[in-house]
Design a protein around this ligand. Sequence first.
Ligand SMILES: [Zn+2]
Length: 316
Amino acid sequence: MPAWVVKLGLSMAKALVGDDALKKLAGFFTAVILLLLALVLSLPVLVAQIPLVTAERIGSFFNAANQVAETTKTRDDPDGIAIPWDEVAAAWAVLHDQDFSGVSEATARELARQWHERHERVEVHSDGQGHTWTETHVWYTLRTFSEVMSRLGFTGEQKDQARRYLQAFREGGIKPPPGWTARPAMGWAWPLPGYDTAAAVSSGYGLRVHPVTHVPEVHQGLDIAASEGTVVEAAREGTVQETGNDHNLGRYVVIQGGGYETRYGHLSAVTVKTGEKVKEGQPIGRVGNTGLSTGPHLHFEIRFIGHYQNPLQYFL
Ligand SMILES: [Zn+2]
């Protein structure tokens, strides 16, 4: 664009709205650009920390770790040691650059063996009459995650990455950082007004150990803790596709619109009907403790064209 066009445009704009308003406008656009930049920069960081693994494959790590642990039971140590499946899975994620296609119980077992160290002590006994015999004592000890990673030849950067995966497994999916407050992207509303801080998100999206079944799984939504009866609002506009009562999800609502599907579970009450059109921010039900749940909370899911999304992506 030639400079004179810009000049003319600026002087016209000044004439129309004045210098002050123009500064405000420039400030506004700077803010928008900074916000977009922050979004673009923070999204890959958030996404890179989500291990891309299915519940079934995670089950292989879980079973393999238990199988290896079983082999550490000896006469001298009948309890054996426990092998942390989540460390094995985190190491795999780094070793194979998050390609979990080769995971089976056999391959996971092979890796899991790195966690135990075999010890043997031979005792020579004598009955004092020239009769000697030996007794072999065998027991296993657990290597620390650091020790295993060093044995696997991890670089410092790989160790950090593995620890991030591990943290995600242990903390129940990817939780927002402390100090985070839900800032809805355009077209979105946080489904639980008043419960929009990091502290309210009790379980994030991603791998976790199920709080009731204690089996590892991929948690496909966010859990937001709130008191029973708190009003739940639609996070995005659409049509109520389904309501019902499910063994896991309890009372739930599914809303579809514009390629998006939002799901709300463990409700105590559903206040919309199938086929009803709703806007974002419109009440659809109340927080409850129905289904497989350990306390009043909302299970909130977002799918886009059938694919699960980390809901945090829409509330950075
Ligand atoms: Zn949940």
